[in-house]
Design a protein around this ligand. Sequence first.
Ligand code: ASP
Length: 443
Amino acid sequence: MRKLELHWQILIGMILGIVFGFGMTYIEWGRDFVQDWINPFGTIFVKLLKLIAIPLILASLIKGISDLKDISKFRNIGLRTMGIYITTTIIAITIGLVLVNIIKPGEGISTETITKLTETYASDSGVTSKIEEATRQKEGGPLQFLQDMVPDNAFGALSDNSLMLQVIFFTIFLGISMLLIGEKRSKPLKKFFDSLNDVVLKMVDLIMLTAPVAVFALLANVVVSSGDPDLLLALLKYAGVVILGLFLMIVFYCIVVATYTKKNPFWFLKEISPAQLLAFSTSSSAATLPVTMERVEEHIGVDKEVSSFVLPVGATINMDGTSLYQGVAAVFIAQALGFDLTLSGQLTIVLTALLASIGSAAVPGAGMVMLVIVLESIGFPSDKLAIGLALIFAVDRPLDMCRTIINITGDATVAMVVAKSVGKLGKPHVKEWDEYYGKDKNS
Ligand code: ASP
C-alpha cells in the first residue's frame, strides 16, 4: 500500500487534535486530561526539535562555509540575503498597513466589547509580562543588538537556544578561520562536522516520524487552553485582516518563486508544507528550523552553502508574518481606542515594525512583546498599553500560529532566491529515514 505523504499525515493529526480538543472542552475533566496526559507528547516533540537545532546550525553552517572555498562568495550571499530579507519585510508591513487602513477593523468594535476585553485581559499575566519584557528590551542602547550578537563564551552560547545569533556568529568565525588555514589542515575538523551534519539530519527524519501524533497533542492543547469564544468572535474582523494579509504574502512568495526561480509554486508549497504545518502547530520558527532546513535542502534542492546561512539567520531576523501582524495590530488598537494616527505615524510603524520583527525572538508570542515597542514609537500613551494589548490578546495565539507559517515560508523563499542567484539551486535529493539501515553499512 502506498504510504500517505507526510504532510497529509500531519494534517490529519492536526484535524483530529482540534476535534478531540473541542470534544474535551465539553467534559468536566477534559481540559485537565488534555493538559496532563496529552500535551506532554507535544512538548516532548518540540523539545526534541529544539535539542537538535544548535548542533544542526553548527554542523551545517560549518559545512556550508568550508565548502565555499572562497570567502568573497560568502560576503556575496550574506549581503544578498540581508537585502532581500529587509525588502520582503517592508513589503509585508506595507500590505498589512494598506489592508488595515482600507478595512478599518478597529472602528466597528463596540465600547462594551472594549470594556469586556479590558476587564478580562488588561491585568492578565500574559499581557503584563509582555509589557515588562518590552521595557527590559528597550533599556539597551542603539547598538545593543550588535553587542548581543557577539558571545564571550562559545560554550555558553552553544548551551542556550535563545542565543541563536551568537551561535551563528561563532560558527561563521570558526568556518572562515577554517578556510584560512587551508584544506589540508582543516580536513579533520571538516570531516567531523560533515559527519555530524548527516547524523543530525537523520535525527530530523526520526523526529518527524512522530510528527502526526505530536501535532495532535499540540493542537488539542491549544483548543482546550483558548479563551472565551464570544470574545474571539468579536475580534473576527481584525483577525480576518491579519489572515488576509498573510495569505497575500503567500501569493507574493509564489509569484517570486515562479518568476525568479522558474519553479512551480505549488510544488514549492507542497515540499515545504510539513515545515509550515509544524510552524502552525508549534508557533515557533526556532523549533521548526531543523525541519525547514531539511525540507529546503533535501526536498527543494537548495545547496547547503546557501541554506545553512540563510535559514538560521532568517529564523531569528526575518519575520514577514510577524511584522505584518505588528502593523495591523498597532493600527487596529489605535482605531479602536480613538488614537489619531497621522501619515508620519504610519511610516514610523513601517520602520519600527521592521526593526521589531528583526528583534523578535523566534518563539511563541514574541511578536506581541515587540508590538509594545511599535506602539510606543507612535506616541501611544503608556498607561493605555495594557488596554491596547488586552484588545488583541484573545486571538493572539491563533494569529501567532498563522504568522509563524509565513515567517518560515518567507525564509524558504529567500533561500531559493539567493540560491538561484548564485547558481546553487539544484535538484532535490530526498533521503528516507531508513535508507541505509540494514543495507550497505559502509555507504
Ligand atoms: N511565533 C513567531 C515565530 O516564532 C514569532 C511571533 O510572531 O510571535 O516566528
